[in-house]
Ligand binder design. Sequence first.
Ligand SMILES: Nc1nc2c(c(=O)[nH]1)N[C@H]1C(S)=C(S)[C@@H](COP(=O)(O)OP(=O)(O)OC[C@H]3O[C@@H](n4cnc5c(N)ncnc54)[C@H](O)[C@@H]3O)O[C@H]1N2
Ligand code: MOO
Length: 402
Amino acid sequence: MAELQSIDTALTALLHNVVITPAQSLPCDEAAGRVLAQGIEARLDVPAFDNSAMDGYALDHRDAGKRLNIAQRIAAGSPVKPLVPGTCARIFTGGEIPPGADCVVMQERVEVEDDLAAIPPDIPAGDNVRRRGRDVAAGDLLLPAGERLEAAALGHLAGQGITEVLVRRRPRVALLSTGDEIVEPGQPLAAGQIYNSNRPMLRRLLERFGAELTLITSIPDDPEGTRETLRTAARGTDLVISTGGVSVGEEDHVKAALTSLGQLDLWRLAIRPGKPLALGRLPDEKGRDVRFVGLPGNPVSCFVGAWLFLRPLLGALQGCPALAELPCLTAQAEFATQTEPRRHYMRVALEFGSKGIVARAFRDQNSGVLSSCISADALAVIPAETRIEPGDPVDCLWLRVE
Ligand SMILES: Nc1nc2c(c(=O)[nH]1)N[C@H]1C(S)=C(S)[C@@H](COP(=O)(O)OP(=O)(O)OC[C@H]3O[C@@H](n4cnc5c(N)ncnc54)[C@H](O)[C@@H]3O)O[C@H]1N2
Ligand code: MOO
């Protein structure tokens, strides 16, 4: 039996020579969550002109401490005239600073009587002025290639008047379920059968990681059926994923089919859950390599495997470094545990309190207990052959991310 491989070896094999998906042009309105295929240079200064950060009065700072005539009124979007020396302008947030003014005093600090404003002393030049180009200067790199277009990045593009972007095509993924005992919700259950929990769970995770599910089907529990389904699944896809059928049982046909059609790169990892995970490649209709990930059938093994392997792989396929690694927080364990030769990824809830972050482990960490994943904020990484006592520091991979 093959020796258990480390997760680092598996990730290296998985991410080696990944081919990034081609670029496509998309309207910004449809590009949320997509990854930029090339860097974007700013074409406008933002802000486009010096403007007020407050509702108040714009003046030359050398006139601070005086009573000034209010000579003009500037709302956001209204045109401005140069400030007549020795006067001030009524101005509103976002209004353009008129030539001749260099600061704004907020209205709460100004006494107004008729057309005269009593300005407090000692206002520094530049006070409450948002300078042209403070956020972005034309010619700057606005967003780099590989940026995932989330809320602020979409706002930044709109701030430049950009309507169309070049993004990576979403990786096409085939999601296959093995197991004659697995039935789809909506169908009746016979004795010994269970519903397919892995399919909707992985579908949701994969879509969050940027995938397009182009094929979702089941693999029959026989060697020829398994081979045929894998062969078809590799056509026109970037990644084939299966669940179940990778352990040592007589009904586990996935590895044999993979080996006969393509290549099994690695099997069995020193991690819990997820030990029988299989990585490899299948040829597509043109003979090109399509990545294959065989996740173990237990639902928790699928959940954890998706976060540890599918997220970075989809990141690599989209050229998106942000998906490569999960943020890691150090928390105090509120539990005791002892690991064996496998590194354990425990499902924990994190509490952020005055004494720091506390990790509370779900009571049952068996890989068939999907309840453990519902409230999991993080995966606590417990190294192999390690004893953890309450209060010990543990590394936790944060799952509440995009
Ligand atoms: N003799 C050994 N037996 C097992 C070993 C081992 O090393 N020696 N490893 C165990 C570990 S660890 C795991 S994990 C499982 C994984 O086995 P498979 O990947 O072959 O998965 P299956 O046997 O097909 O299924 C395991 C379990 O999960 C249920 N399942 C499968 N698919 C789904 C689904 N889509 N939705 C819900 N539940 C699913 C299936 O009914 C089984 O109960 O092997 C151990 N055995
Ligand atoms: O490796 Mo299995 O996923 O522990 O139960």
